[in-house]
Design a protein around this ligand. Structure first.
Ligand SMILES: Cc1ncc(COP(=O)(O)O)c(C=O)c1O
Length: 393
């Protein structure tokens, strides 16, 4: 075999995602894209704000020497300063540009953090259900992802985490608002979690870094707020991007912010800056850094996602699906009628409705609907959802 056995195994392990893509493409070719209701991808469909395009045009036209050149690997200092000012407000703790690294999206940020922290064989813990790319991100740097089942209502199960932590645990990932569940962890749950991490770090004699992956922080509804994590736990790295809240995932722009009180702070930030370089990112895209600097705190029309959520949830509830309206993200994660997610997803496919089984997020028995689609897709899919539901009843 020409490719590495490790990568071949990973490809085989994610084959059902490939199969889903292939089935989707086949259905679209057969019935026309308008007659296939594709809820499988988290690709934002709400238009970027007009200031994004205006700023982009203005910046492209600016006459500036070296504007397409290399820069410090952490990003432009003035862009980092603008981000730091915003993060200070969001995280309720004053930080400066020396705590911020501009990254190629949240995916890039997670990888530079994990590469900086992990020794071969180290473990990274995360609660289920979870974004399964974390498994690959940990593996990229010699680590191993361990998934801890969540408590009631997708809360973090403090006891289960505490029991699973030994000296091999280097990092814990939390993702709130969560992909796929839409869950926002409460301040109380996060406080208890932070206290547990402090106890575990003392017990194992190792600093456990908390990686908060927050690309959906601004996509929240009904007045919900995402608690700040910096004041709760010093060894925190917040990783995020503008992919979802500005609808620009293809532009690959985000940042990592490190709590200034983190253990070994200077080494940690310098390691992450080095990793930005040696993973081949070198630095986050120059043009996009300039654009997002002026758009701190801005987002697309979140009300549009709220409307889509309600349209979807109300329609499915009327059919008889059991669900709770999520407070964040553009995902709905709900129990599969009949309990078998893989066969229910097949049933929906027969109705040309594409969703992702919970098994793809380490939580069988559920499925994820990504509702960042046109309202018409939601409305027109309801017959298919009803037919599949009636077949199981
Ligand atoms: C939970 C989570 N983290 C990270 C990412 C990666 O996002 P980015 O485009 O910023 O790399 C995604 C993308 O879907 C995600 O859902």
């Amino acid at each position: 075999m020409a490719i590495s056995t490790r990568i071949a195994d990973m490809m085989a392990g994610s084959s059902f995602i490939r199969k889903m893509f292939e089935t989707g493409a086949k259905l679209k070719a057969q019935y026309g894209a308008d007659n296939v209701y594709d809820f499988s991808l988290g690709n934002p469909n709400v238009k970027p704000i007009s200031d994004f395009s205006a700023d982009l045009h203005r910046i492209i036209d600016e006459d500036q020497v070296g504007k397409h050149g290399y820069m410090p690997n952490a990003g432009y200092p003035w862009v980092r300063a603008a981000v730091a000012e915003y993060v200070s407000e969001e995280q309720k703790m004053k930080i400066d540009e020396g705590c911020v690294i501009m990254t190629c999206g949240a995916g890039g940020g997670m990888n530079i953090a994990l590469k900086s922290i992990l020794n071969p064989g180290d473990k990274v813990l995360v609660s289920s259900p979870c974004f399964m790319e974390y498994k690959f991100y940990a593996d990229n740097h010699g680590g191993q992802l361990e998934i801890i089942p969540s408590a009631e209502g997708f809360d973090l199960d403090i006891d289960a985490f505490e029991k699973s932590i030994d000296a091999s645990v280097a990092a814990v990932i939390i993702n709130s608002p969560n992909n796929p569940s839409g869950k926002i962890y409460s301040e109380e749950n996060l406080k208890d979690f932070s206290l547990m991490l402090d106890r575990a770090s003392t017990r194992t004699g190792r600093s456990i870094y908390l990686l908060c992956d927050e690309p959906y922080r601004k996509i929240v509804f009904d007045g919900a707020e995402v608690p700040a994590v910096f004041p709760l736990y010093r060894n925190t790295i917040v990783v995020t991007s503008y992919s979802k809240d500005l609808s620009i995932p293809g532009e690959r722009i985000g940042y990592a912010a490190i709590n200034p009180g983190a253990d070994d702070f200077e080494n940690l930030i310098n390691a992450m800056i080095l990793c930005n370089r040696i993973l081949g990112f070198v630095n986050a895209p120059a043009l996009m850094q300039r654009v997002v600097a002026g758009l701190q705190g801005r987002s697309v029309d979140i009300e549009a996602y709220r409307r889509k959520r309600d349209l979807l949830c109300d329609g499915l509830s009327d059919i008889g699906y059991k669900l709770e309206k999520p407070k964040g993200t553009f995902y709905l994660f709900l129990e599969v009628p009949g309990g078998d997610d893989l066969s229910f997803v097949d049933l929906l496919q027969e109705e040309r409705v594409l969703v992702v089984p919970g098994s793809g997020f380490a939580m069988p028995g559920y499925f994820r609907i990504s509702y960042c689609v046109d309202d018409s897709v939601i409305i027109n899919s309801m017959n298919g959802f009803r037919t599949a539901f009636d077949k199981i009843k």
